[in-house]
Ligand binder design. Structure first.
Ligand SMILES: [Zn+2]
Length: 244
């Protein structure tokens, strides 16, 4: 049993009999709201040659502030990232861990918190279960950290993030930083093709998976926001409106 589990399951009052604690049943107590966030292109600037060292890690304007807002609002932040450069031998796992620790230190210094970083080290051709658009990383995190996927969001800049979010049963949200402009155009095209009833052109077949087609078919409305800060403000407002 982890510390987290113990904290929530062993709920006998340490106070003298007769002293009542207020009950605030806003959400299942063992399943706090979670926000999954893609790393490159959402928290930090995307680099075509990948981020291989700390001096290549550049926070996107407003992303640290967005993470601080989430922390203040009680959300648990889990970073979900494909890092195939591990298997390609461009980066050692220990170096990636160190880079993530420095990232977390800066986020914490700005008032944010990161509950965990989950990454896939595999190359696309490994066909693993964890590389986005597959939902393995999200499902692992949900199981280990006792997260409720239905009420969780996944903020990313690529359709693989949207698809992983849909596949895991959480709410995807696209930002226009990083590769987001291209992803938004692909999404729009998917919806137009689906609505037109025409056959899917070969052009989109490579960049658009079944999950995107299925979502387009159901008329799913993907929220698209300028950047992480705007995305977080949207999430906070959307979730707040459900509580009242
Ligand atoms: Zn993997």
């Amino acid at each position: 049993m982890t510390i987290q589990e113990r904290a929530y399951s062993n709920f006998t009052s340490p106070f003298p009999a007769g002293l009542q604690l207020p009950l605030v049943p806003l959400a299942p107590i063992d399943q706090p709201p979670a926000i999954f966030i893609d790393r490159d292109g959402v928290i930090n600037q995307n680099r075509k040659e990948h981020v291989l060292s700390w001096d290549q890690f550049e926070f996107i304007n407003g992303s640290k502030r967005a993470l601080a807002l989430l922390n203040t609002a009680g959300y648990r932040v889990i970073i979900i990232t494909n890092q195939a450069q591990i298997d390609r031998g461009l980066l050692k796992a220990a170096q990636l861990d160190e880079l993530h620790q420095r990232m977390i230190d800066e986020i914490e210094a700005a008032g944010g918190r990161v509950a965990a970083v989950y990454y896939c080290p595999h190359r696309p051709e490994a066909n693993c279960y964890c590389r986005k658009p597959k939902p393995g990383l999200l499902l692992n995190a949900a199981e280990k950290l006792h997260l409720d996927l239905d009420s969780s969001w996944f903020i990313g800049d690529h359709l693989t993030d949207v698809e992983a979010g849909l596949a895991a049963g959480c709410k995807p949200l696209l930002v226009l930083t990083g590769r987001g402009e291209i992803a938004a155009a692909q999404w729009k095209l998917s919806q137009e093709v689906e609505n037109s009833g025409a056959a899917w052109p070969a052009l989109t077949a490579t960049s658009t998976s079944l999950a995107t087609k299925a979502a387009a078919a159901t008329g799913f409305q993907l929220p698209i926001k300028a950047d992480l800060l705007e995305a977080v403000e949207f999430v906070l407002a959307a979730d707040q409106s459900k509580l009242v």
